[in-house]
Design a protein around this ligand. Structure first.
Ligand code: BJW
Ligand code: ZN
Length: 244
């Protein structure tokens, strides 16, 4: 795959790089994305499941076991998934002595960490963690194979996956860190995200408003108006070519 020399130079010479990743970065690991793109053969999650039923507090209240079982199914699907070239290249890039690289992800799958990234700003939580809906205490018990909602040992409330559902606030510290990394970078790389879900999708505009160049990596360019350059390709292939 070819990357324009001008774009390559921007990537190689930036001092402060902020990367925002989305489900597309895990696609080459075999993880389903939420929204399909036109050449995709794999079914996307939202083409099969209703986000209001599966990823909202109202959906959970209406039928907690249905939502819990959906997350158990997704955890099961994720169990044998491995980080791909994009996860690994980003982790290696974060070790750079000459460039400051901050990683923000919307993904809940933990594959960046599995690929070697130590510092990951997780905007939408992590599917491997659980907490109590009522008292908010973390639940650290083993949930493997558990098919009905667990009661909180502290207060009897319901245990839910520690991910951010629609209409819920993002974790405060993660959001603050993401904003400041976007505000202060000279290159903002948006990788494998449809840029449709806010507030994460607004970070590129924030970076741009402070003078950063915005580069997108996506096999299908998004409609985002703040993107300066799009590298049209799959994240794993693009990062392999970048060789950073
Ligand atoms: C590849 C590839 C390859 C494929 N390589 N690329 C109007 C304006 C502004 C905001 C709103 C609005 N209406 C409603 C809202 C609020 C809402 C929102 O943004 N909705 C939009 C859909 C309109 N946002 C929220 O509710 C957020 N909270 C909030 O705003 O609180 C304040 C508030 C409260 C009340 C009212 C309003 C505001 C919370 C958002 C939480 C999102 N949660 C989810 C589920 C997480 C848990 C779980 O995993 O189950 O997060 S939804 C889902 O979307 C998931 C993702 O992180 C997120 C983003 O998706 P992502 O990562 O972009 O993936 P896809 O699938 O969309 O795209 C994949 C891309 O990869 C595609 O472009 C492909 O082409 C590409 N690709 N293969 C590279 N190999
Ligand atoms: Zn509790």
């Amino acid at each position: 795959m070819d990357i324009e020399p001008e774009v390559l130079a921007l990537i190689q010479h930036a001092k402060r790089v902020t990367i925002l990743t989305g489900a597309g970065v895990s696609a080459e690991s075999g993880v389903a994305t939420f929204r399909a793109y036109k050449e995709e053969t794999q079914e996307s999650l939202w083409s099969q499941y209703d986000p209001q039923k599966m990823a909202s507090i109202d959906g959970f209240r209406e039928n907690p076991n249905r939502v819990w079982q959906w997350y158990q199914w997704r955890r099961n699907e994720l169990k044998n998934k491995e980080p791909n070239d994009a996860h690994k290249a980003i982790a290696k890039w974060q070790q750079s002595k000459t460039q400051n690289v901050t990683l923000i992800t919307q993904n809940v799958d933990g594959l960046h960490q599995a690929g070697g990234s130590k510092d990951v700003i997780e905007l939408h939580g992590n599917i491997w963690r659980n907490h109590c809906l009522q008292c908010l205490a973390d639940y650290n018990g083993d949930v493997d194979g558990v098919e009905t909602v667990i009661e909180c040992p502290e207060c009897g409330g319901q245990i839910r996956p520690s991910v951010v559902w629609f209409s819920e606030a993002l974790p405060e510290q993660a959001w603050r860190d993401a904003e400041s990394a976007s505000y202060s970078c000279d290159l903002f790389l948006s990788v494998g995200t449809s840029s449709q879900v806010y507030p994460a999708a607004g970070l590129a505009a924030l970076a741009k408003s402070q003078g950063a160049t915005v580069i997108e990596v996506n096999p299908e360019p998004t409609e985002s108006s703040v993107v300066d350059y799009c590298i049209e390709g799959k994240a794993g292939e693009v990062f392999k070519t970048l060789n950073i």
